[in-house]
Design a protein around this ligand. Structure first.
Ligand SMILES: Cc1ncc(C[n+]2csc(CCOP(=O)(O)OP(=O)(O)O)c2C)c(N)n1
Ligand SMILES: [Mg+2]
Length: 317
């Protein structure tokens, strides 16, 4: 099998996913560099998790973003929009060339996700703390409809300081939303510095457990662990699952790694070239839009079925 075609196949393996994630990281840096603003740190930390979701786990149809049976993904840490846009483009929701429009007036790709502007974006986010509540609503709706689709929400670790997150955590358990998976990008940093210094969220495993969640802790850059956790989360009857993913903010670009100053700053000039070199771009600043988009069509899906799901009420393999 060759190139992108195999990546849309039902069981993209860890190595193929790593290759997609590498392209996603180059897109992130390229588009933020071109825009001259944006959030590289938290986009790079989320790149592997988002790639696994969009290329292996979520059931989607890029040719029909509103397919009623699709799984829903909510990027609660909306400032990581460049990572979401990169996976959506690679997955075929819109041409990769659109990435060049990041943060420009009239572009479909605004600085934070806008569900009315961008094919594949399920929720308008950016004001931290709200995405899990939105996900609880979606998951409850799926239950009421006896629909088989699942809901995934990604949050930042600093975002967990928002009280609304814990109201949502409480209600997800009360309503037995086992069709909901939360993923926390635990990169240890927020806008001003280390989360533990700004306001501690420890002990995180105990907190989620006390709220009644099933808790999984993984290395958020290890594709095998990511896939295992996402598949395990789908098989936990009666309660929601949270995946606490240890990550590195700025992952892949040495001078950005673990540096809070790269939370919301664009690389320019030499920094951009150095970053793209570190990410394996072949010569010069890679402009977003050089990699091929995956063709459309119903998504790979967890069980290898593609776009024909009729299941009612939880029979999700
Ligand atoms: C309600 C709200 N307050 C403040 C901000 C500004 N802000 C944007 S990103 C950020 C830090 C988020 O840190 P974290 O959740 O850890 O995200 P990550 O490290 O993954 O980038 C802040 C405070 C916001 N977007 N929303
Ligand atoms: Mg963080």
């Amino acid at each position: 099998m060759s190139g992108t075609t195999s990546l849309t196949g039902p069981r993209a393996g860890p190595e193929e996913l790593r290759q997609v994630a590498a392209r996603v990281r180059r897109h992130i840096i390229g588009m933020i560099g071109l825009a001259g603003s944006g959030h590289p740190g938290g986009s790079l930390s989320a790149a592997d998790l988002l790639t696994a979701l969009y290329f292996r786990v979520l059931r989607l149809n890029p040719a029909d973003p509103a397919w009623p049976e699709r799984d829903r993904f909510v990027l609660s840490k909306g400032h990581a929009a460049p990572a979401l846009y990169a996976v959506l483009a690679e997955r075929g929701f819109f041409p990769v060339e659109e990435l060049r429009g990041l943060r420009r007036l009239g572009s479909i790709l605004q600085g934070h996700p806008d569900m009315k502007s961008t094919p594949g974006v399920e929720a308008s986010t950016g004001s931290l703390g709200q995405g899990l509540s939105f996900g609880v609503g979606l998951a409850a709706a799926a239950k009421l409809d006896r629909a088989a689709w699942r809901v995934y929400v990604m949050l930042g670790d600093g975002e967990l300081q928002e009280g609304q997150v814990w109201e949502a955590a409480m209600s997800a358990v009360h309503f037995k939303l086992d069709n909901l998976t939360a993923i926390v990008d635990c990169n240890g940093l927020q806008i001003d510095g280390p989360v533990e210094e700004v306001m501690s969220i420890s002990p995180l495993v105990d907190k989620w457990r006390a709220f009644g969640w099933n808790v999984l802790s993984i290395d958020g850059h290890d594709m095998v662990q990511i896939l295992d956790a996402l598949e395990t989360a789908d098989r936990q009857p009666g309660r929601p699952t949270v995946i606490l993913a240890r990550t590195v903010k700025g992952r892949g670009v040495g001078f950005m790694e673990n540096r809070a100053e790269w939370h919301g700053k664009a690389p320019s000039g030499e920094q951009l070239e150095e970053a793209l070199r570190a990410l394996g771009a072949s010569g010069g600043p890679e402009s977003p839009g050089t990699a091929g988009a995956a063709p459309g069509g119903p998504g790979p899906g967890r069980d290898g079925r593609s776009g024909t799901r009729k299941g009612k009420g939880g029979g999700r393999g």
